[in-house]
Design a protein around this ligand. Structure first.
Ligand code: NAD
Length: 330
């Protein structure tokens, strides 16, 4: 892989930093562009860092005019479903207008390969489970709609300008690489596993689960947790796939559903702390169950998740928060 040079936009964030770590470890020359709005300087794992904002077309255009990258990875986005419902303006601006700036800069500077962080949120309420790529794309939140809009832009830019793209629809990213100093540190944190772990470590006061009246075996929502390093290996395979295919849209999950209550029990078991959650009412736009059919990714990318066991994920997250009770230092 040592002949590859890539730019990772959003590489100071949670999923992006883990991808950079993996890409760097297999010999790829990794550059990161990030505005550090949500990311962390100490999560950077790259050979060069450009502090820049995708909302500025000029900044990205100037950079891409002066450099050549084989593939651009686009992780940069706002990603809180409930915030997107309350304040869609931020989402249409940062997830669509900024992404359009990137695509335009790529087109004008003849960069023709991009891997995009899409989401299972493009599907909306599942009509069939597990969800395959043929499931209708019918998002129910502004966040999901911005991800779908970017997928449409990528389809059109491929058809008209030959820009090759992989839209990778993650289900729930989880886990971390504590031995390499990488964890999950969002503010606010909306993801379940770090919040349950913080409750076990007494770093938060209360553990809240939204809804226990869903039509699932224990009444709580079911999600599909995929390890960030499994996501990283899929991104590398997608980059290679693009060299022979023009447009790829793939689910990335494990195919195994885990309920919110099962996560609480797993953290209780691993930490030895008996956690008793408070149940609050359902959150708007939370489907009861989201589980991926990722067989297409297995086939097309010759990829399978191998790090996504829930207990080992919980162990890693406990290790990271034990070592970093206040998250990243910068
Ligand atoms: N975490 C998940 O479970 C999950 C699931 C599905 C999809 N995704 C998608 O994966 C991507 C990464 O998610 P994450 O959890 O790592 O998010 P994150 O917030 O941790 O990382 C996003 C990074 O992008 C940077 N950024 C945001 N806007 C920018 C801009 N305009 N210019 C430059 N940099 C900018 C932030 O500073 C941050 O470092 C997002 O696109 C998200 O929608 C994440």
């Amino acid at each position: 892989m040592s002949d590859r040079r890539i730019l990772v936009i959003g590489g100071a964030g949670y999923v992006g930093s883990h991808f950079c770590l993996h890409a760097r470890d297999i010999g790829i020359d990794v550059g990161v562009m990030d505005n550090l709005s949500k990311g962390h300087r100490s999560a950077l794992r790259c050979s060069h860092f450009i502090e820049a904002d995708l909302n500025s077309f000029q900044e990205i255009y100037e950079h891409l005019s002066s450099q050549t990258y084989d593939t651009i990875f686009h992780f940069a986005a706002n990603a809180l479903v409930s915030e997107s419902v309350a304040n869609p303006s931020i989402y249409y601006s940062n997830n669509i207008i900024a992404a359009y700036n990137l695509l335009e800069a790529m087109r004008l500077t003849r960069h023709d390969q991009i891997v995009f962080s899409s989401s299972c949120a493009v599907y909306g309420y599942p009509v069939t489970l597990p969800i395959s790529e043929t499931h209708p794309r019918n998002p129910i939140s502004p966040y999901g709609r911005t991800k779908l809009a970017m997928e449409w832009m990528l389809e059109d830019y491929h058809r008209a300008y030959g820009i090759k793209s992989a839209s990778l629809r993650y289900f729930n990213a989880a886990g971390c690489e504590p031995s390499s100093g990488l964890g999950e540190d969002h503010n606010p944190e909306s993801h379940l596993i770090p919040n349950v772990v913080k409750a076990a470590l007494k770093q938060t006061e209360e553990l809240v689960i939204f809804g226990n009246d869903y039509p699932t075996h224990d009444g709580t929502c079911i999600r599909d947790y995929i390890h960030v390093t499994d996501l990283a290996t899929a991104h590398v395979s997608a980059m290679q796939k693009l060299e022979i295919a023009g447009l790829v849209q793939l689910n990335l999950g494990t195919g195994v559903g885990v309920s919110n209550l099962e996560i609480v029990k797993a953290v209780s078991q691993v930490s030895g702390v008996n956690l008793l959650p408070r149940y609050a009412s359902r959150r708007a736009g939370d489907p009861s169950e989201l589980v991926a059919d990722s067989s297409l990714a297995h086939k097309m990318l010759a990829w399978k998740p191998c790090r996504s066991n829930i207990k080992s994920i919980v162990n890693e997250v406990i290790e990271w928060f034990s070592n970093n009770p206040d998250g990243y230092m910068d």
